[in-house]
Write a protein that binds this ligand. Structure first.
Ligand SMILES: [Zn+2]
Length: 192
């Protein structure tokens, strides 16, 4: 007779790290990137909790806000729900959902910061390619439509992370804490 398999073993593994990961980020941002129909849900959460990007702009860089770099007008923040290891967001410090509302200085600074983020990913992760882009406005599918943010996603030959486009599946090996530490070290060295 075949033996019965026990499947209960690994059930409690994740519970201890969950409390530590609690931050001001709204849950479900990853889904919204691909499923704009869930926007209302996220917007409601943003109203209750305030804008995570503005909070990050206001306080010092830390693992709580996932901010790893600030320039005069912009910042680089980890995506708490990465589509791939090393996924970064580049955004203006000011709360705006419209690129055309930025001053020339703010806009140029944002583009320079985008370049810095790409350099950081290149140095830390050595990907084979990138996805670089922005969902502009709620209709464009932005997860946080009121605060502009570029996504910069490192890609490797053979990675399967476009699965989220067709299924609710993704492969992310690294914890956000590990990614944060890598970038924090990188930007610390860079500032020396
Ligand atoms: Zn904001």
């Amino acid at each position: 007779m075949p033996k019965k398999k026990s499947t209960k073993k690994t059930k409690n593994k994740k519970s201890s790290s969950k409390a530590k990961a609690k931050t001001t980020w709204p849950a479900g941002e990853r889904n919204i990137f691909y499923r704009p129909n869930r926007l209302k849900y996220v917007r409601k959460m943003i109203k209750e909790d305030g804008c995570v990007f503005c909070r990050s702009a206001e306080i010092e860089m830390s693992a709580e806000t996932l901010c790893v770099y600030k320039s005069k007008h912009s910042q680089i923040v980890l995506n708490k729900y990465p589509y791939n290891n090393g996924h970064l967001l580049v955004l203006p410090l000011i709360h705006s959902g419209n690129l055309l509302d930025l001053s020339i200085d703010q806009y140029n600074d944002l583009q320079s910061t985008l370049r810095i983020a790409i350099e950081a990913i290149q140095d830390v992760y050595q990907p084979h390619g990138f996805n670089i882009g922005m969902n502009h406005g709620a209709t464009g599918g932005a997860g946080i439509p009121d605060h502009l943010h570029y996504h910069i996603i490192p890609r490797w030959n053979g990675d399967l992370n476009f699965l989220p486009l067709v299924a609710d599946v993704k492969l992310v090996i690294e914890t956000v804490e590990t990614t944060y530490q890598k970038y924090a070290d990188y930007f610390q060295k860079r500032s020396l």
